[in-house]
Design a protein around this ligand. Structure first.
Ligand SMILES: Nc1ncnc2c1ncn2[C@@H]1O[C@H](COP(=O)(O)OP(=O)(O)O)[C@@H](O)[C@H]1O
Ligand SMILES: [Mg+2]
Length: 353
């Protein structure tokens, strides 16, 4: 039960009235009518006296607190002076508002701390990732300068390795730029009608040599699929599919098979990229979309991976209102899948006409 000034005033008035009437009843010759009049007068007088005294004292203090809050310019403190004054128990209201505000601020501080921690870790990761190829290239070049260049075979080998490190550095910087753009929301998506089948075939052509070197077969399913028209950003979806197919080739089985399946649903195309590789252990599965997260670090770097591919994929698909999911079974394979919105019939007709 909350003790508002009104309730307190009422109880005190009743008490004062009872005591006064009780004392008065001992006075000789006092009539009931007199007791009644004194009682009523006493009740109202003490009620208003107590009520206004509490009210003035309470509101003066509350007003003071309110002014202090305003002086502090706490903008998020969303309580108006009017609602405070009007409330039955302003101190209680003020108290609850202050504790809500404090909780909100505490959560914000926690969030900021987490972001700060994340920023620090990210900076450490980026420095580490940059350092690795720079040191490698530096090492090869200095060894050549120090005399290894005299042997033409070593010269060739070391120059190739230095070039590979610098290519890795280039890929890393490019992925970092893309990632920062998608995260900042700077990357404007250019939605247009695109054919997923055609894009997949183009990617297969591009990755043909890579697949061939690992004797990996690339397939599109269903075979009789003519077109898969979706509304999406062509360049970005190409990037998504390239990374997923490239991952399949890199981390899948040698002489394995990668199937890109494009299933037609009512309003979407469901795209899945399936390999028959060694799979991803369950404890790593939820983390592979984090930046720089790799299941096998040395293997990923050897294959020229930046560890940012899946983080970028996730962001690009988010910008398409889609979500990437992954399922994997050890020694059976991994499947990544997502949906893209179909070009609607009306739109198709409008474009044709
Ligand atoms: N198809 C796959 N099979 C097994 N592991 C995979 C597959 N795709 C991705 N991974 C794991 O997820 C990690 C993150 O992938 P990604 O972000 O594309 O980075 P990168 O390809 O540069 O290594 C990879 O390093 C690899 O360990
Ligand atoms: Mg990758």
């Amino acid at each position: 039960m909350s003790f508002s000034p009104r309730i307190i005033a009422f109880f005190l008035a009743v008490l004062i009235t009872l005591v006064s009437v009780a004392f008065l009843s001992f006075v000789p010759d006092v009539t009931i009518a007199m007791l009644f009049v004194v009682g009523v007068a006493c009740f109202f007088a003490s009620f208003f006296f107590v009520f206004y005294t509490i009210d003035i004292l309470v509101f003066r203090e509350v007003d003071q607190i309110y002014k202090t809050i305003q002086k502090l310019k706490i903008r998020d403190f969303d309580i108006s002076r009017k609602s405070l004054i009007k409330s039955v128990n302003p101190i209680k209201k003020l108290n609850s508002e202050i504790s809500t505000y404090v909780t909100k601020k505490q959560n914000e501080i926690e969030e900021l701390k987490k972001m700060e921690q994340f920023r620090r870790e990210f900076l450490a990761d980026v420095s580490h990732e940059l350092k690795t190829p720079i040191f490698a290239a530096q090492g090869f070049i200095h060894t050549l300068i120090d005399g290894a260049k005299e042997d033409p075979q070593t010269l060739d080998r070391f120059l190739n390795r230095a070039a590979k490190s610098i290519d890795g550095l280039d890929a890393l910087v490019r992925d970092l730029v893309t990632l920062s753009q998608v995260e900042k929301g700077d990357l404007k998506m250019h939605f247009e009608e695109i054919d997923l089948k055609h894009i997949t075939e183009e990617i297969f052509e591009q990755l043909e040599n890579k697949a061939h070197s690992r004797k990996v077969t690339l397939k599109i399913k269903p075979k009789d699929l003519e077109k898969a028209l979706v509304m999406a950003d062509k360049q970005r979806i190409t990037q998504v599919l390239t990374n997923l197919i490239d991952n399949g080739i890199k981390y899948g089985r040698e002489q394995g098979k990668i199937i890109v399946e494009i299933e037609e649903e009512k309003k979407h195309f469901h795209i899945s990229i399936e390999d028959d590789g060694p799979g991803i252990p369950p404890e790593h599965l939820s983390r592979i979309f984090e930046r720089f997260y790799r299941v096998d670090k040395s293997r990923s770097r050897d294959t020229g991976g930046t560890g940012l591919g899946l983080a970028i994929v996730k962001h690009i698909l988010n910008a398409h209102n889609s979500k990437i999911t992954v399922t994997s079974k050890i020694d059976k394979g991994t499947t990544f899948s997502f949906k893209l919105k179909k070009v609607s019939f009306d739109l198709e007709k409008a474009i044709d006409s």
